[in-house]
Design a protein around this ligand. Sequence first.
Ligand SMILES: C[S@@+](CC[C@H](N)C(=O)[O-])C[C@H]1O[C@@H](n2cnc3c(N)ncnc32)[C@H](O)[C@@H]1O
Length: 265
Amino acid sequence: MSVLSRIYVKILFKKFKKLEKINFFYRNLGSKKSFSVFIRDRSVNKNFKFSKYSFSPHNPLTGPPNAIKWICENYHAVFDYLDVNPPKSLLEIGCGFGLSTWIMNDSTKKKAVGLDKNKEAIYNAKTLFPEVNFICDDFKSFFKKNPKAFFDVIVASNGPVRIRKKYSKFDKNGLEIDTTKKDKILNEKILSHCNTFIQVGYRAKTFKQFISWEHKASSKHLSFSTSLVNGKNRGISLKYFKYYLTYDYLNKLLHSFANRYYPPF
Ligand SMILES: C[S@@+](CC[C@H](N)C(=O)[O-])C[C@H]1O[C@@H](n2cnc3c(N)ncnc32)[C@H](O)[C@@H]1O
């Protein structure tokens, strides 16, 4: 880690009280090396298989230092929130290889649950992080089988569930073609399974979305990419502007230019 990135991490990542793995594996001196050694030790003699999906930036097996950076940066506002508001129970939908759920597991007394429909991701998650409860299923079928499942907090980062002020569909040229009630009902059903839903994702596809935040939920906005929906809190969090100074913001800004989204705002 360069001197500059070390200073950056120390200033922008507070010392976590509950989510201590961030201190050990991202914030402290030598932390990324410690994370690589930790993953190496947990992977010895395990029967991993590789596919195209294995090379996703959030897979700790194919690139431990990149994966810990990716997760800590993407989930920064979620981690800050959970560290001071520990949930009674937590489900992550679309947990991928489980690194984020493993970090959030320290915020709750009950075992956190990570849910993903990808078999390889869940096999890796269960093998690397046995202290967390992982389930391989589609989130719709999970709630169909468990209609009474209820969590204090549900988190979904860049995953399949997204709550919006306005539900829209776009054609391949990015033009709005339909406003769908079905998506609204499907996505908002998640709120009957939790007290608080936290979503991460930033993509505004039209100027109207960019200006009026139609692509975000009516909620409390923790950062440019992260919103908290609980039917009570609204507005912008005090820390909202801090996240404009992050590596994640720069990364998403460049991503928006490259992929013709409106910049994160
Ligand atoms: C883009 S990855 C995001 C991974 C991680 N949350 C992150 O932010 O880096 C989306 C994940 O959602 C999972 N997923 C997509 N649709 C799903 C569904 N219907 N039910 C459960 N998981 C799903 C995919 O398998 C994938 O691992």
